[in-house]
Write a protein that binds this ligand. Structure first.
Ligand code: NAD
Ligand code: SER
Length: 318
């Protein structure tokens, strides 16, 4: 029986991943942890504890006491927030990963680790359309630099110490359960809240800034599929490209207008515009597709309908 630790369980991905993992492995076998309180369903359906991933001593006690066999390490400072405090972001993103990799190397019971990378590993010199798995990678944000360094460490720990660490370069993730965590792709979440609340949205990216995106359900399925794939199918222990769908703010706004015809969008690009300009517009994930199932079911139409319904229901609950 697996005993799974999720670090960053109160965040945008963690809060949904915990619930999906509990369905598969049983509520009591998935230990949710974070620096802050998680949503009610995470706290009420199974174990939840406040735990700082930077505190390596408490972390090792927790892992041994609970006989943990798999770790999903999701805590990080995302791209927009990282640019505000670069050194702190570097320390949190790198030290937390090193704590987890060392733990997995030292504790024999830990059989697998998941750690997410990002499209931010690519930079202005990377081909931006259908960005391949293997290509030029010169990120110019502290977040992207930390993710690229993290990928290299993951591969190193796999080759040198046999740590089975698996990773996805997530595109921008879209969901309504919790707020987005301070990234450059957050406009594609915020826009739905503002569309329903005020009927207007001022976008911090230009109208034609295309980026790869994915609805959360597809991201969770891809993550679990990767973690459940047989070890001999997994050739890459740095991180896998996953494509999702690509669109720009104008296309998303037009899709929302099909449901809310009076919706208005304006554009006021800020410090996140150059970050977005340095990232891919679309991703080639053929490499992943041949080794494990990373397919996405949500297109822009289905994603928009689901987000509008989900956000509306959240407002009605309040
Ligand atoms: P998020 O900011 O919503 O959640 C991160 C969680 O980590 C937060 O709840 C935060 O409280 C927690 N945390 C921060 N420092 C911690 C610490 N020291 N100890 C324990 N918990 C701590 O982020 P997210 O969107 O859920 O992203 C999760 C991971 O996926 C990150 O590594 C991120 O870089 C990566 N990722 C996310 C996206 C996206 O679009 N959301 C895209 C690519 C990659
Ligand atoms: N969505 C994330 C961000 O914008 C990409 O890793 O930071």
């Amino acid at each position: 029986m697996e005993k799974i630790l999720v670090i960053g369980a109160a965040g945008q991905i963690g809060s949904e991943l915990v619930m999906a993992l509990r369905k598969i492995h049983g509520n009591d076998n998935v230990f949710a942890t974070d620096l802050k309180q998680a949503p009610d369903d995470v706290i009420n359906s199974g174990p939840f504890q406040i735990l700082d991933v930077m505190d390596d001593k408490r972390l090792i006690h927790f892992v041994i006491r609970n006989k943990i066999t798999q770790i999903y390490h999701l805590a990080a400072v995302l791209s927009g927030n990282a640019e505000k405090l670069p050194i702190q972001a570097w320390e949190i993103n790198m030290q937390s990963l090193m704590n987890i990799l060392d733990l997995a190397r030292e504790v024999d019971e830990i059989k697998k680790v998941f750690w997410p990378s990002s499209i931010a590993v690519f930079g202005p010199t990377t081909p931006r359309v259908n960005t391949p798995q293997l290509t030029v990678m010169e990120p110019n944000t502290v977040y992207g630099i930390s993710k690229l360094a993290g990928e290299r460490w993951c591969e190193y720990y796999n080759k040198r110490y046999g740590v089975d660490v698996r990773s996805i370069r997530y595109p921008g993730l879209i969901s309504y359960k919790t707020e987005a965590g301070g990234g450059t792709t957050d406009y594609a979440v915020d826009i739905f809240y503002e569309a329903i609340k005020t009927g207007k949205y001022e976008c911090f990216l230009k109208e034609d800034t295309a980026l790869p995106m994915m609805f959360m359900d597809d991201a969770i399925n891809a993550t679990i599929n990767l973690m459940e794939a047989p070890a001999d199918k997994i050739s890459t222990h740095s991180s896998y490209n996953v494509g999702g769908i690509s669109f720009d703010p104008k296309q998303l706004a037009n899709e929302i207008k099909k449901h809310i015809p009076e919706f208005e969008i304006t554009y006021k690009p800020d410090f996140r515009q150059p970050i977005a300009d340095s990232w891919p517009q679309s991703i080639d994930d053929s490499f992943s597709q041949t080794e494990w199932d990373c397919s996405a079911k949500f297109d822009i139409k289905k994603l928009t309908e689901t987000m509008l319904n989900g956000v509306k229901a959240k407002f009605e609950e309040k």
